[in-house]
Write a new protein. Structure first.
Length: 296
């Protein structure tokens, strides 16, 4: 049975943009799309009291409006919708567990030009066991594509690069698999970014140590990618190996990307829910859709 693409809806511009992106992704992957609206204030039973029935009415209206728009724009995608009388984060985490991926809207933080994901999105990302994609409200389908020959936005031109951050000291199959699959369904190039730090070097030996560390990092990344290149021979894979901070390098690489893929290490419950510094920076400062892939 196919896992669906699931999108959380609350009627905001961000969630509607997320739904449109999710429909495109469902079409690319040949999967059904499931719309979920969750709120603890929803009643599971009908009521004659207007104040109790109003939340159910608005939930139906949100779902119906989104379905009408998606049916018009993506008629080939199989849609289903559900309203859930539970706290949003709990419902979305549960829905994500049965999904191929979960898609959520993400608010732009005016004045800083980045993401203010919101408490629901941040909490859901920190708890989800499947990939979660955050989409900004001002995202358009043309943004995922390169400009056309005239330099104008177009949905008919090739897709922009998928960018993924890789850590050769902690290889992650889930992360690379998701990134390569995302590139494959788009027929897009995959750009793999790996950063390293200059080890301690005695005076006068800094240049040699730096060159050696750079070469070692390049070889380690090549070794990690070799089986993936064989598994996805049609995906053009390029690498960026730089000395620096991972978050900073990824933010720079994602400036012209169509999708950024980052990992989130799953931590024991006693440590609480965390997204990690790289995923946190990506969620707050990257303009393109960001996929956060949990891994051990």
């Amino acid at each position: 049975m196919l896992r669906p693409v699931v999108v959380g809806l609350d009627g905001s511009r961000e969630s509607l943009a997320a739904a449109d992106w999710a429909a495109g992704e469902a079409l690319r992957r040949g999967l059904p799309l499931r719309l979920v609206h969750a709120w603890a204030g929803l009643s599971s039973e009908t009521s004659q009291l207007p104040e109790l029935e109003a939340p159910r009415y608005w939930a139906r209206r949100i779902l119906r409006g989104a379905m009408d728009q998606l049916n018009e724009r993506h008629p080939q995608v199989y849609l289903s919708a559900e309203q859930v009388a539970r706290p949003a984060v709990d419902a979305l985490v549960e829905a994500a567990a049965e999904a191929e991926l979960l898609v959520l809207g993400s608010r732009a933080f005016s004045g800083f030009g980045g993401y203010m994901a919101g408490s629901v999105a941040l909490s859901t990302v920190a708890r989800a066991t499947r990939p979660v994609v955050l989409v900004r409200a001002d995202r358009t389908p043309e943004d995922e594509h390169l400009p056309d020959a005239a330099g104008l936005p177009s949905e008919r031109s090739p897709y922009r690069d998928v960018v993924v951050g890789a850590d050769v000291s902690h290889p992650c199959e889930e992360l690379l698999a998701f990134a390569l699959e995302s590139a494959a369904v788009r027929n897009a190039p995959l750009r793999v970014v790996h950063t390293w730090h200059v080890p301690f070097a005695p005076p006068g030996a800094g240049g040699t140590v730096t060159a050696t560390a750079q070469q070692a990092a390049e070889h380690a990344l090549a070794d990690e990618l070799r089986p993936w290149r064989e598994k996805f021979p049609n995906v053009r894979v390029t690498t960026v190996v730089e000395n620096g901070r991972p978050a900073q390098q990824l933010l720079h690489a994602a400036q012209d990307a169509g999708l950024l893929v980052v990992g989130r290490k799953v931590r024991p419950a006693r440590l609480g829910t965390h997204t990690g510094p790289v995923a946190h920076a990506a969620m707050h400062h990257v303009h393109c859709p960001v996929a956060i892939v949990p891994h051990e």
